[in-house]
Write a protein that binds this ligand. Structure first.
Ligand code: PHE
Length: 381
């Protein structure tokens, strides 16, 4: 409302007001303006503007009335103007104060409503993770070996050729290196420019930990080594360039091939159940002598090669499943760790965990272990 609309910028004389009845009428008009504007004030910022427009000391409506109407009023009208102005001021001040209180409680109510806890709303669901199937199988295997006196050690996934090959009796140009060819790391040049950097590689098996453990401790040794290993394999349903193994090593003064077969059989029966049968076939590893491949009778067809009248899909009719490589530790290996090959003996084995897990849980593609698809993972809570 421009104040000129109701003549606030002019004196009463200029507005032609000469009688107190006209004064009353003028003030009634101002009050009507006030009441009209008042209905548009809803929140704190509108309220502040409105208060300043009416009560502002410099140019508020009441100040203008004082300056333009009251002060220059004629002696006859001054009393009436003064009285009207007081009434108007009282009205304006009470109304403005009342509106402030109303806005404040209104805001409080909205805040209260906003903060009110609705106990009927569903809570925040925090999904609980579970251990990966491979981890679970590691744990199962560890528990079985714990129960017969083995302890767990872990080792580096990045190895030197010495631990991965040489100390395991695999010299540089030995043909078995071809099977295990793996990923070598590209190394920064050594600070001593003349020295060639020691090559490093991703370990191809957990066997280097046989050497690292025997270097550190004297017999007796009874360890298993769970961990990841790497080979330059093309991925398919049974191959992956990264997979998992559990290595085992037992060395003491009196360990025989019988201890070896007994331990392995115990493990397999604990893992697959007491009805599986076991067999050894001669094999070759440079770090065991004699070396064997260890098979179990197929747990799916009960070692018959057939299930439900057709060829068993798990063992492909062979009735046996190849489980892992093993053997008595080759005496040459003891030479690398300063053990006296004449006084001690031992056995070692290495099993592929992914394969074991696939067999036990009926999984037909190794890739699912690495894809982390929750639909798969949820099946093994
Ligand atoms: N390291 C061998 C492999 O990965 C397995 C093995 C371990 C064989 C220990 C004999 C003894 O194929």
């Amino acid at each position: 409302m421009p104040s000129s609309d109701i003549g606030l910028d002019k004196t009463l004389a200029a507005l032609g007001v000469t009688e107190s009845a006209q004064v009353v009428a003028r003030f009634a008009e101002v009050r009507a303006h006030f009441d009209g504007q008042f209905t548009t004030v809803h929140d704190e910022s509108e309220w502040k503007l409105f208060r300043d427009r009416w009560l502002g000391r410099k140019s508020g409506v009441l100040t203008q009335i004082t300056d333009n109407w009251l002060k220059p009023a004629t002696a006859e009208l001054k009393r009436a103007v003064g009285q009207q102005l007081n009434e108007l001021r009282a009205h304006v001040e009470t109304q403005i104060e009342a509106r402030r209180a109303a806005i404040e409680t209104g805001a409080e109510e909205t805040a209260l409503a906003r903060d009110r806890v609705d106990l009927s709303l569903p809570g925040v669901i925090r999904p609980i993770g579970s251990r990966h199937l491979i981890r679970q199988v590691f744990q199962e295997i560890e528990d079985i070996f714990f129960s017969i006196g083995f302890s767990v050690v872990e080792g580096p996934e990045i190895e030197t050729p010495y631990y991965n090959f040489e100390a395991l009796n695999i010299p540089e140009f030995h043909p078995v290196r071809d099977d295990m060819d793996t990923f070598y790391l590209e190394l920064p040049p050594s600070p001593d420019k003349k020295a060639a950097p020691t090559p490093l590689l991703l370990r191809t098996h957990t066997s280097p930990m046989q050497i690292r453990t025997m270097e550190k401790q004297k017999p007796p040794v009874r360890i298993i080594v769970p961990g990841k290993v790497y080979r330059r394999d093309n991925p398919d349903a049974t191959h992956s360039f990264a997979f998992h193994q559990v290595e085992g090593l037992a060395v003491d003064t009196d360990i025989t091939f019988c201890d070896f077969t007994g331990t392995i059989e115990y493990f397999v029966k604990q893992f697959f159940g007491p009805s599986v049968k076991t067999r050894f076939r001669p094999s070759y590893f440079p770090f065991t002598e004699p070396s064997v491949e260890f098979d179990v009778s197929c747990p799916f067809c009960g070692g018959t090669g057939a299930s439900n009248g057709t060829t068993c899909s798990k063992c492909k009719g062979a009735a046996w499943i190849e489980l892992f490589g093993a053997g008595m530790v080759d005496p040459a290996v003891y030479g690398f760790v300063n053990y006296d090959a004449k006084k001690i003996s031992g056995f070692a084995f290495g099993m592929g965990i992914d394969r074991l897990a696939m067999l036990k849980y009926g999984i037909d593609d190794i890739q699912v272990f690495f894809q982390n698809d929750v639909r798969f993972l949820r099946q093994f809570p």
